[in-house]
Design a protein around this ligand. Sequence first.
Ligand SMILES: [Zn+2]
Length: 145
Amino acid sequence: MAVRTQIDRPPKVPEIRKGDTVVVLAGRDAGKRGVVERVIRTLPAPRGRSMFRRGSTRGGVTVVVEGVNIAKRHTKPRQSSSATDRMPKIQQGGILEIAQPMPIAKVMVVCSSCGKPTRIGHTTLETGRRVRVCRHCGEQLEVKS
Ligand SMILES: [Zn+2]
């Protein structure tokens, strides 16, 4: 029986990062492009606790992409019972549009150099830094900041 060690399972770093442009592969928003706002790593739900969680209980990485997988919440104007000096007592009604997290497997990074959706390769720079590269054109995919 094989013994699993740390070496067999290196920590998985999400290949998609905040600020990346991605294209949606599946679902209602398939084909849409947007910028990643958040990358969320979740752990699987403990057994028996699933009913207290919303959505998937399998864990994994999800991403929030600007303008994609929007949930619209209609809110009525209402009076807050716990009004303070800073918080107005009356909330305005309207439609809130909130981007919901989606599984990272449903999006693909779009290369900023060649504009194509691409899988991600890795290369090591002369400085020893590991960077992500586009499999089409070989350009780096690092987010410029
Ligand atoms: Zn490219």
